[in-house]
Write a protein that binds this ligand. Structure first.
Ligand code: BGP
Length: 488
């Protein structure tokens, strides 16, 4: 089966991972700006100054001590400060995307470029001008922007002064920000995503053993507030421009039971509920799933809600389901000796799959399976907004990168997409992750490269930042030109 004629082939990035220019033109800091680099087995750290003026650091996603302030410390390196300098080089990058034939480019807006603290009444004009220029440049090359409104870079100020998303006040700040985006970029952007991988807030609770109830309470409250913010943004986005197509964005993490022991099958089912259905049901169907009540009870969660929230959730369902897909996991109630190991990997090892250098399973058929489940459940058009292989690349002396491993990985996933289309899934687009090398979200490394375009920069920020076409660049160009027919 062939791909639909208007299929949106492209690539994806996020502002905090590519832009750099972290403190230019009035941008305020985001959490990523106080986060150091890590490796496959060393966590990224968040740095601070404590109440007595002493510097300190805590694991990413951990809490800084009472009275401490987030801080950029002198003897630390913060990879997101530089990214791959796309803020200054976007024209060059967009020209390369156009050369590959991209139909769409998924990118995000940095909230703190538009609202440096997040709670201002009026936006920073320099931020608006920048993104308008970027969108115009994309349109000049006939590339449709696909824009994530929030991708892991909420203004740091909102965390410090309001306590982050557990505080309902953030709903209004987000709605103001999203409204500004819809208004200012009307006519330039029509594909929007409200929150990147919104389910990450609950997914890790499900994977980790013995997560305290307080963490479930905080994250589920934060999620409720994000659901309401998203639903209100969807309604406003539609009112401002009925052409707008607004989607949710989920981390797609399929899983399998290790054995046919019914206990394993049930455990696996519970994992799908927490990981893949809890958030997507609210955003796609407009209400919490039946199992939510059981989950809240199990973890003593008492949500603070308002009556109007539920009206908003129903009125603000999304127009499309989108997700990232990298790997699958295995669930069991039995003792396991062979565990999956790596950053962001959990559960038992799957003997039928191979694993990347970062320990992520490679499972193209799992993509087909996931697409089937989600289309069956939501009946919405689907875009795979992230997929790809993070790998070590070598730039040869004559400035080439022979990344046949990446081509293999992508080819198998495109073939799985074809099979899903045959199954009847309404798949309308595919944006591979990190189409140009980016700073890794999980480890802060640059050397975990995903791109078709190699960027000459290392994990300490050394390098020319020059861009080079990898072998996969020419391969993807062929794939797009043939609309998925030529995968050799
Ligand atoms: C997703 C994020 C992206 C991206 C990707 C790859 O979770 O939405 O921002 O970074 O994962 O992950 P990593 O960068 O850890 O390899």
């Amino acid at each position: 089966m062939s791909f639909p004629k208007e299929f949106l082939w492209g690539g994806a990035t996020a502002a905090n991972q590519v832009e750099g220019a972290w403190n230019e033109d009035g941008r305020g800091p985001a959490k990523t700006d106080v986060t150091t680099g890590g490796t496959v087995d060393k966590f990224r750290m968040v740095t601070y100054i404590d109440k007595d003026g002493n510097p300190g650091e805590v694991m990413q996603f951990g809490k800084i001590p009472e009275g401490a302030r987030y801080a950029v410390l002198k003897d630390h390196y913060y990879p997101n400060h530089l990214g791959v300098d796309q803020y200054h080089r976007y024209k060059e990058d967009i020209a390369l995307f156009a050369e590959m034939g991209f139909k769409t480019y998924r990118m995000s807006i940095s909230w703190s470029r538009l609202f440096p603290n997040g709670d201002e009444e009026h936006p920073n004009q320099a931020g608006i001008d920048h993104y308008r220029d970027v969108f115009k440049e994309l349109r000049k090359h006939n590339i449709e922007p696909l824009v994530t409104i929030s991708h892991y870079d909420d203004p740091l100020y909102l965390e410090e002064h309001y306590g982050g998303w557990a505080n309902r006040q953030l709903i209004d700040f987000y709605v103001r920000y999203a409204t500004t985006c819809f208004t200012e970029f009307k006519g330039l952007v029509k594909y929007w995503l409200t929150f990147n991988e919104i389910n990450c807030l609950v997914m890790f609770l499900g994977f980790a053993q013995d997560t305290p109830d307080s963490a479930w309470q905080e994250n589920m409250q934060a999620l409720h507030n994000q659901f309401v913010a998203s639903a209100r943004a969807v309604q406003i986005g539609h009112a401002i421009d009925p052409e707008n197509m607004i989607g949710c964005m989920q981390a797609g993490m399929g899983s399998y039971p290790l054995t046919c022991d019914p206990q394993d099958v049930m455990k696996n089912r519970r994992m799908w509920e927490v990981t893949n259905f809890y958030c997507a049901d609210v955003q796609c169907l407009g209400e919490y799933p039946v199992f939510a009540k059981r989950l809240w009870k199990e973890h003593n969660v008492k949500l603070e809600t308002e009556e109007s929230d539920f009206i908003d959730l129903m009125a603000g369902t999304v127009d499309m389901y989108t997700f990232s897909y990298y790997q699958s996991s295995v669930q069991t109630t039995h003792e396991i000796t062979d565990k999956a190991a790596g950053n962001m990997t959990f559960g038992a090892k799957n003997p039928y799959l191979t694993y990347s250098d970062w320990g992520w399973s490679m499972d193209p058929e799992g993509l087909r399976y996931f697409l089937n489940v989600m289309y069956d459940r939501y009946h919405l058009p689907i875009i795979i907004t992230e997929n790809g292989l993070g790998a070590y690349d070598t730039l040869t002396e004559d400035k080439q990168v022979h990344d046949d491993y990446r081509i293999d990985y992508l080819r198998q996933h495109v073939q799985a997409m074809e099979r899903a289309l045959e199954d009847g899934v309404d798949l309308i687009g595919y944006t591979t992750w990190g189409c140009i090398d980016v700073v890794s979200a999980g480890t802060g490394e640059i050397r975990k490269r995903y791109g078709f375009i190699y960027v000459d920069v290392d994990d300490e920020g050394n390098g020319t930042l020059d861009r080079y076409r990898k072998d996969s660049f020419y391969w993807y160009k062929k794939v797009i030109a043939s609309n998925g027919e030529d995968l050799d």
